[in-house]
Design a protein. Structure first.
Length: 114
């Protein structure tokens, strides 16, 4: 789940997370067409050749993935910058909070689509 890794990195090192975001946008994992539908991104990749050329697919794919990842990345980066000193002093507390929020978030998500 790239969003979990991305927000974790953004919380501790916001500037380095920009590079990770770029790799995720170019990568294979994640979902497309909105995060709430439960259809894996790879399904869209396989079906894309029927409906669009690869150039258009790549452009739309990056934008669709950015729509999913950007809000979480921005929030984690902002929190990382605002609470930088506190995070460095007690790094375990934000790590536990981060993990807890994602567990609750994904539990809610899977309860809605399952």
């Amino acid at each position: 789940m790239p969003d979990v890794l991305l927000t974790f990195v953004a919380l501790y090192t916001p500037r380095r997370s920009v590079k990770l975001l770029a790799f995720i946008l170019a990568g294979r994992s994640g979902r497309w067409n909105g995060p709430g539908n439960g259809i894996p991104y790879k399904v869209y990749c396989v079906q894309a050749s029927r409906y669009a050329n690869w150039g258009r697919f790549i452009a739309v794919s990056v934008l669709a993935r950015l729509e999913r990842f950007a809000p979480f990345w921005l929030a984690a980066s902002a929190l990382g910058m605002i609470f930088c000193e506190r995070i460095q002093r007690k790094p375990l507390i934000p790590a536990i909070a981060h993990l807890s929020l994602w567990i609750l978030g994904y539990a809610w998500y899977w309860s809605k689509i399952g």
